[in-house]
Design a protein around this ligand. Structure first.
Ligand SMILES: [Zn+2]
Length: 376
């Protein structure tokens, strides 16, 4: 196989292929296309596969398929307004360092890594004051720039996360959504509190096991899919309610919590009805952490749900760098959280269409694409 022109200042593992397999957004419409011979991603050099001083080229082994990827696949309003046609999608991964620039420190060729997909120049106010995850110039891999549904991914060293030896490839591949769940649970604070999770999608389900591990006394879940509600119970939810059967569950929760409602709402549905019901079930003085994204600005009873309730409302975006990552790692290493029931399918990259249809049908919860086999 021909090899690429190599940046003489970078360290490399050996013969990096000159092209790669990738899934990319081929048009402004539904689906993704498989390219068997795409150019490698470019770092700060602008040359395919060539690292600038701070760049790390990662060979991707496994990648998680996210709800965000489904939006991109289905080309909904949000995707049409945000995603540049032509980019490689995907943002959750584990891989191995293939090449790196001359200024990269504390990382090694061949090391197992994942990475924070929110990339910033780290120069604005938020980045400089410990809030890089909401920096103004933040770009997300697989959303604003080349992503990880491919053999190779390029990112700056400051975004690379070394994966602990005792964490499996499948778990490491989904650190990104796990981080969303951990960030939401930890910002609300759930210790010795009752918690309601509205929406049992991937992150909602992860939040069940994380909230339990973080000391929640009771965890309730709502959704419209009985399979997801069953998963929630398997992961430790004390009760799970099908919202298609009405609002009776709100009274039921009232009856077992001391404060006329739950202490904490973790809103993961983004559905106007879910948001409304969640706030009705929240006690006065309670805390709501919002992660779900409504497709349009929702009608919302701000007066009664927030003002008169004296509620504290927290918006959650991404993961804190790197606090959330350390918390997720420690939860996994301590054995206090269980992700296995959430990973329902691992499929080869060539089965990508099946991966998306499994998600659309609700049969798959977390689908992981196997791109280059195990990392070790
Ligand atoms: Zn994701």
């Amino acid at each position: 196989m021909p090899t690429l022109e190599t940046d003489t200042t970078s360290k490399t593992r050996g013969d990096t292929a000159s092209s790669m397999r990738a899934l990319f957004k081929h048009h402004a419409g539904e689906g993704l296309e498989y390219d068997p011979a795409r150019a490698l991603p470019a770092g700060s050099t602008g040359k395919p596969g060539v690292c600038g001083p701070n760049d790390v080229l990662i060979r991707v082994h496994k990648a998680g398929v996210c709800g965000t990827d489904r939006h991109i696949w289905e080309w909904d309003k949000w995707a049409a307004g945000r995603i540049p046609v032509g980019i490689v999608t995907g943002h959750e991964f584990i891989g191995v360092i293939e090449k790196m620039g001359s200024a990269v420190e504390h990382l090694e060729i061949g090391q197992r890594v994942s990475g924070e997909g929110h990339i910033s120049s780290m120069t604005d106010y938020n980045a400089l004051t410990g809030n890089a995850h909401i920096a103004r110039d933040m770009q997300i891999i697989g959303v604003d720039r080349e992503g990880c549904f491919a053999d190779y991914l390029m990112m700056p060293q400051s975004n690379v996360w070394p994966v602990h030896d005792d964490i499996s490839d499948d778990h490491a591949a989904i650190f990104d959504p796990l981080g969303n769940a951990v960030h939401t649970v930890m910002s609300a604070g759930v210790s010795a509190k009752s918690v309601l999770i509205t929406g049992a999608g991937i992150i909602g389900l992860m939040a069940v096991t994380v909230a339990k591990a973080a000391g929640a006394t009771r965890v309730y879940v709502t959704d419209m899919d009985p399979r997801r509600l069953a998963h929630a119970k398997q992961l430790g939810a004390d009760d799970a309610f099908d919202v298609r059967e009405g609002d009776g569950w709100i009274k039921e929760i009232d009856g077992v919590t001391p404060g006329d409602g739950v202490d904490v709402l973790l809103e993961m549905s983004g559905a106007p009805k879910g948001i409304d019901a969640g706030f009705r079930a929240l006690r006065s003085g309670g805390t709501a952490a919002l992660l779900g994204i409504p497709s349009e600005p929702p009608a919302f009873d701000l007066t009664n749900h927030i003002v008169f309730k004296g509620a504290t409302v927290i918006g959650v975006n991404g993961r804190r760098m790197w606090q959330t990552w350390f918390q997720a790692e420690q939860f996994l290493l301590s054995g206090r959280i269980d992700l296995d029931p959430i990973i329902t399918h691992v499929l080869p990259l060539s089965d990508y269409a099946k991966a998306f249809s499994l998600m659309q049908s609700g049969e798959g919860i977390k689908v992981v694409l196997d791109i280059n086999g195990p990392t070790r």
